[in-house]
Design a protein around this ligand. Structure first.
Ligand code: COA
Length: 324
């Protein structure tokens, strides 16, 4: 028994912000951003919160999977930018699509979030607890980006992507691993809320650590090292060689990270599916949004071996080998 992706979906807000638009608000240029990251534009919400993006993706997944909302067993949403502390985005999705028989919750693993959520769904399905799941990564990173910090604001975008998965006797998830290295947590943080208790007369207000704070070079090093090792372990445990891989769907952070990973793994660059030029880094939404585009373009066929792999804050990583 395994877990198979039977449908993919994605949703991005309509407003598109180009590198030249950003050059009007911070000291940057299209040339710098393109050379260092490969990003040309990103979608930025003009008011819709993360739940709206997640709900639109969930509706698309139900339609594409041809499944009634009442038949959904499990909803997991990965996000670092939920609307609320509580309720979870999962519960908000459950209400809006009418999945009255499902159980819903969120997971937090930053840009690896979708990989963690899919891994959890796989365990529930593989052990026979549930038959199917909606798994979504959804973010409005625009609300936790400091729009005056050129070193971070050029990198991120808003969006959501997801997969409908169900139990399968044949094709599906072959091998996967998720991992964490908490000792490096402070090289990439966001969303810090301080414990300033108004009762004790402390001042309230937005803490500077609310915004994305990142040591770009350390993150770059971590990303290349952790993804390469993780992919090598997953391929070895499945006894699959790199040349059997039809496509790699990497976390859409930076083309230079992908170049290093491609060289080290000896998997041709052309096999890495990328859309970060149009969406930027959408954190937990990035892998499912790219996977959905790959699928929509009809580039994968049944039985193809695909690798999904990503890294993120925490620090975290996750890799999955899938037979499509
Ligand atoms: N436009 C123009 N110049 C910029 C800039 C921008 N948007 N952002 C930074 N710079 C400047 C810096 O101030 C620095 O100037 P200095 O040399 O005068 O001090 C110079 O460019 C080089 O900065 P540096 O941070 O060393 O660049 P880099 O080559 O490391 O590239 C990143 C920066 C962020 C693109 C790169 O480190 C990276 O991609 N890291 C991984 C980040 C990531 O993937 N994060 C998401 C994790 S999920």
């Amino acid at each position: 028994m395994t877990t198979r992706i039977i449908a993919t979906g994605a949703y991005a807000p309509g407003q598109v912000i180009t590198n030249n638009d950003l050059a009007k608000i911070v000291d940057t240029s299209d040339e710098w951003i393109t050379q260092r990251t490969g990003i040309k534009e990103r979608h930025i919400s003009s008011g819709d919160n993360t739940s709206v993006l997640a709900i639109n993706t969930a509706k698309q997944l139900l339609e594409r999977a041809g499944v009634e909302a009442e038949s959904v067993d499990l909803i997991i949403v990965a996000s670092v930018t939920p609307d609320y502390g509580t309720p979870s985005l999962g519960c908000m999705v459950q209400k809006e699509i009418g999945a009255v028989n499902a159980v819903a919750f969120d997971v937090t693993a930053a840009c690896s979030g979708f990989m963690f959520a899919l891994s959890i769904a796989d365990k529930y399905i593989r052990t026979g607890v549930y038959n199917n799941a909606i798994v979504i990564g959804a973010e409005t990173l625009s609300k936790i980006v400091d729009w005056s910090d050129r070193s971070t604001c050029v990198l991120f975008g808003d969006g959501a992507g997801g997969a409908f998965v169900e139990k399968s006797e044949t094709d599906g998830i072959i091998k996967e691993e998720i991992g964490t290295k908490g000792e490096l947590y402070d090289i990439l943080t966001e969303g810090y809320t301080s414990c300033s208790n108004a009762f004790n007369g402390n001042e309230s207000g937005t803490d500077p650590l609310w915004y994305v704070n990142m040591n770009g070079r350390e993150v770059f090093k971590f990303a290349t090292k952790s993804v390469v090792k993780s992919v090598e372990r997953v391929l070895a445990s499945a006894d699959v060689s790199p040349d059997e891989i039809a496509y790699v769907v990497p976390h859409q952070a930076n083309v230079r990270i992908v170049e290093v990973i491609s060289n080290k793994l000896k998997i041709p660059y052309e096999k890495f599916y990328m859309n970060m030029d149009r969406y930027g880094n959408t954190s937990s939404a990035s892998i499912p949004m790219a996977l959905n585009e790959l699928n929509e373009r009809g580039l994968v066929k049944r039985g193809d071996k695909i690798l999904l792999t990503g890294f993120g804050g925490g620090m975290t990583w996750g890799t999955m080998l899938v037979s499509w």
